[in-house]
Design a protein around this ligand. Structure first.
Ligand SMILES: [Zn+2]
Length: 320
């Protein structure tokens, strides 16, 4: 039982002044793009991110409902490739984590290179899954600081086991989207959950803006910290698409003192490479318990982490 797409919120096309702005002239972007103090994307510094162990900001796990089978059509809007929901189709719902209430999925689109950076590192590709606060019209959402929620997922390129599965369903549509003069594709049912990180509870979150004009500061950003792997051939197909220039990412914006929160799961998984398997599952199990709202064990878990992992764990918990 999912919400229904409403025609006027199908896409964010109306948000942007199509073809009237370019990525190599950002200084001319209208709206609050050049004067806002909560702009996106940003460079996320992991050591400065706050772990919300008392669950004031991140109150529980993110919940994704209905992402497995979504009817979508694709379009090249001159700035990106975008897959949008159809009117009256079933719309996935996102809730939990830093979000208050439900958010209805609208569309996903890509940036190459990535827009966000993590510890100064950019990725070849980033997908943005755009959601609107359920029940609001687009006009209403653009006037509220909590109007939109965007999930960002990073992609890395490599040949190997499981590489390419995430984009398997949508890549065949890309050749039909060479430039913006082409029409939208036929509607296809797509498993949007494939685009999510394998550890969707491991993420950073902060308040920011749309990364295209008018750059409204109405977005709860959820940036997953575990990348998804795609093949070199898949990546090459994106780079051949005409989006008005060689790239389609906005430059990094000043954080202006904003707090970036990180989920407890991201704090646990940062230690992955050095931790024996059993201990690891114990910790992730405990973290899940914490995320579910049990405050009692926090001190114990943190002490365990502190003892075992030393400095890394300290950095992860220093701002409790
Ligand atoms: Zn985007």
């Amino acid at each position: 039982m999912f919400a229904i797409f409403v025609l006027f919120v199908i896409s964010l096309a109306d948000l942007t002044l199509q073809a009237e702005w370019t990525y190599n002239q950002e200084y001319q972007w209208p709206g609050v793009c050049n004067v806002g103090k909560q702009q996106s994307p940003i460079n996320i510094m992991t050591n400065e991110a706050v772990v919300d162990t008392h669950q004031v900001h991140i109150r529980g796990p993110l919940v994704f409902r209905g992402y497995n089978d979504v009817p979508l059509y694709a379009v090249n809007n001159g700035h990106t490739l975008k897959w949008s929901g159809v009117a009256d189709g079933p719309a996935p719902i996102l809730q939990g984590g830093p979000l208050r209430g439900n958010y209805t999925f609208l569309q996903f689109h890509f940036h190459w290179l990535s827009e966000h950076a993590i510890d100064g590192m950019k990725y070849p590709l980033e997908v943005h899954m755009v959601h609107i606060k359920t029940g609001l019209t687009l006009d209403e959402a653009l006037l509220r600081s909590d109007g939109l929620a965007v999930v960002g997922v990073m992609f890395m390129v490599r040949n190997g086991y499981d590489s390419g599965r995430a984009l398997e369903e949508i890549i065949p549509m890309v050749p039909y989207l060479g430039d913006s003069s082409q029409n939208k594709t036929e509607v296809q049912r797509i498993d949007v959950s494939r685009l999510l990180s394998h550890q969707p509870q491991s993420y950073y979150t902060y308040h920011g803006s749309l990364t295209t004009p008018m750059c409204q500061e109405v977005v709860t950003w959820i940036v997953m910290d575990k990348p998804v792997y795609i093949t070199p051939e898949q990546y090459k197909m994106f780079t051949k698409v005409d989006v008005g220039g060689d790239f389609n990412y906005r430059s990094l914006q000043h954080p202006n003192g904003r707090v970036v929160y990180r989920s407890i799961a991201s704090c646990a998984s940062i230690l992955l490479p050095t931790v024996p398997g059993t201990l690891l599952s114990l910790l992730s199990c405990l973290s899940t318990t914490l995320a579910a709202g049990v405050n009692k064990g926090i001190g114990i878990v943190l002490n365990v982490k502190r003892k075992i992992f030393g400095d890394t764990a300290k950095k992860c918990i220093k701002l409790n």
